[in-house]
Design a protein around this ligand. Structure first.
Ligand code: HFR
Length: 526
């Protein structure tokens, strides 16, 4: 891609997001970079085609006279056009802010007010009449009311500049913008690619929305390895036969996504899942894979590598752990391994001292070159999680305090076991709702379970469980499940209410939506 004006600083050319991802355009220009599913057939964009599309977009962006650091919001799913646009923004030092088209307008506007993008480009739909709003697509960029051109002091893009900002739900309810530099993303990509999950010729099915950083992992893993990314249209993900058809048509060799993308296929069309002979790897992230479903997947497709990716938007993935095949019966917690190359995961007790004993829970802190720069416009929140290294306080390094809890297994690898901040006090006792959930999932008739905390009639915290039963003979009652909990845990840990439901709500990332479950309790109580 043409360079920006004479660099004041030199850097390795492959430290920029777009340069790193387009390296294969030099070595394998005719290999597929993006394989889309369109009308029952595949549509291939080669690395050369992708680079040309990115160059076209970059030239168009230049018309708007934007300066390095000005944001471009992209309202789109993953597609060849969206990948090209994202690369174009990066080449010009314009941080992209990906927003899923599924995002409710009100939330999108909140993000827009915070990110203050110079341009807000939509792949589909009506962009509206606001200044800077427009469309992008094969015909280019069209912005009916362009932003006012200001005098700009354009400088070269450096690796410390921001590549993207991803807004995640903050605990306060206001979206928090996670700011990632080119250097951090590329450091993450290098560490991940060193694990050797995919290689030239592979096709990585991508199921996460563009605003969930797992989609950027998919793009990085694929393009950075000279392989292709194969976006699964989000609308088809809900239909197991269509989902599997997309995988067949695009000849996906790997699929990345949250665990729930497999649920419907496991339940309704296991034979078709078993027939996906080209599938060699499944990467999952974001929450624990319910072990029953995971074992089912292993039985259907033995030999497929299952990789548990652990991380948060603030760090991208911090570790990758391959699930043993088959998973031994006695395993109750999946390993998340140890940090991937370049990343240390420290397990610390509340005083900041290392936890060394097997089975003792501590909080995970990350020492990594792939951490966020900080939260967008929120120094206070940044300082709360990017903290001085408790083990090397004089090193000047900052670690990411994840808020995630884990313990070490006999093999020295970590087991995720919930979050510090979801920990609650029930009648003065410390309870981790995830542990109660795990107990419910151990019941033979339970397929899915979620445990939420709410304020009970007496004004104190109580637990409520939502349970989806499996296909076995019906007859398990809510009271049986409560009794099942009481058999193995103290009374304060057993949920005061267990509800059997048809399905659990999921958020736009596909994870169980605890917020909606809590809202449900409030509505029901009223
Ligand atoms: C996360 C974070 C993961 C892998 C995360 C690769 C990339 C990015 C990610 C995805 C995510 N087992 N619990 C697990 N960024 Br690239 O989910 N990000 S998040 O910010 O929305 O949520 C939290 O999800 C973590 O702090 C954990 O609590 C939980 N989590 N991975 C796992 C997990 C269990 N593998």
């Amino acid at each position: 891609m043409p360079a920006t004006p004479a660099p004041a600083v030199t850097h390795r050319p492959d430290e920029r997001f777009d340069e790193f991802l387009l390296a294969a355009a030099e070595t394998h220009p005719d290999h597929p970079a993006v394989v889309e599913y369109a009308d029952g057939a595949e549509r291939v964009t080669t690395f050369r085609g992708l680079r040309e599309a990115a160059e076209r977009y970059a030239a168009e962006l230049d018309r708007y006279g934007l300066d390095v650091g000005e944001r471009v919001m992209i309202v789109s799913d993953t597609s060849a056009e969206a990948v090209a646009l994202v690369l174009a923004c990066s080449s010009r030092g314009l941080p992209f802010v990906p927003v899923s088209p599924e995002t409710p307008a009100e939330r999108r506007e909140t993000i827009e007010r915070s990110a203050e993008p110079a341009l807000c480009l939509f792949a589909d739909g009506e962009p509206g009449t606001a200044v800077g709003h427009g469309r992008f697509g094969p015909d280019g960029i069209e912005v009916p009311l362009p932003p006012v051109r200001r005098e700009r002091r354009r400088r070269a893009v450096t690796p410390g500049d921001t590549a993207y900002i991803i807004f995640t739900s903050g605990t306060t309810g206001r979206p928090k913008g996670v700011v990632m530099s080119h250097r951090s993303v590329v450091a993450f990509y290098r560490g991940m690619i060193a694990e050797g999950f995919v290689s030239v010729g592979d096709r990585v099915g991508s199921t996460s929305p563009l605003q969930f950083d797992f989609s950027l992992l998919d793009i990085g893993m694929a393009l950075g390895s000279g392989a292709a990314v194969a976006p699964v249209p989000r609308a088809l993900l809900r239909w197991p036969t269509r989902f599997l058809k997309v995988l067949r048509v695009t000849r996906a060799t790997h699929v990345n996504g949250v665990p729930s993308i497999w649920r419907q296929s496991l339940r309704h069309i296991p034979d078709q899942l078993a027939a996906l002979t080209e599938l060699r790897g499944v990467l999952f992230c974001g929450e624990e894979f319910p072990l029953g479903e995971l074992r089912h997947l292993q039985r259907l497709r033995p030999g497929v590598r299952l990789i548990n990716c652990y991380g948060a938007t603030e760090s991208m993935a911090a570790s990758f752990a391959e699930v043993p095949d088959p998973l031994p019966d006695e395993v109750t917690h999946l390993s998340i391994g140890n940090g991937h190359r370049g990343t240390d995961i420290l397990l610390l007790d509340p005083e900041g001292a290392p936890v060394r004993e097997e089975g003792v829970v501590g909080e995970m802190y990350l020492r990594s070159p792939a951490l966020m720069t900080g939260y967008w416009g929120d120094a206070g929140a940044t300082d709360a999680v990017l903290v001085a290294d408790p083990l090397e306080p004089r090193s000047g390094q900052r670690l990411l305090r994840t808020g995630d809890l884990a313990f070490r297994g006999a093999d020295g690898a970590l087991r995720f076991c919930g979050r510090r901040d979801s920990q609650v006090q029930i009648r003065g006792n410390r309870v981790e709702p995830a542990e109660v959930q795990r107990r419910l999932l151990a019941h033979p008739d339970v397929r899915e379970a979620a445990v939420v905390v709410y304020e009970g009639p007496a004004g104190d915290a109580e637990l409520s469980a939502f349970v989806v039963l499996g296909d076995g003979p019906a007859g398990t009652a809510e009271s049986d499940l409560r009794a099942f909990c009481l058999r193995s845990m103290p009374a304060y840990m057993a949920p005061s209410v267990v509800r059997i439901v048809g399905s659990l709500p999921v958020n736009h990332h596909g994870k169980t939506d605890h917020r909606r479950l809590r809202a449900q309790l409030v509505t029901d109580a009223a």
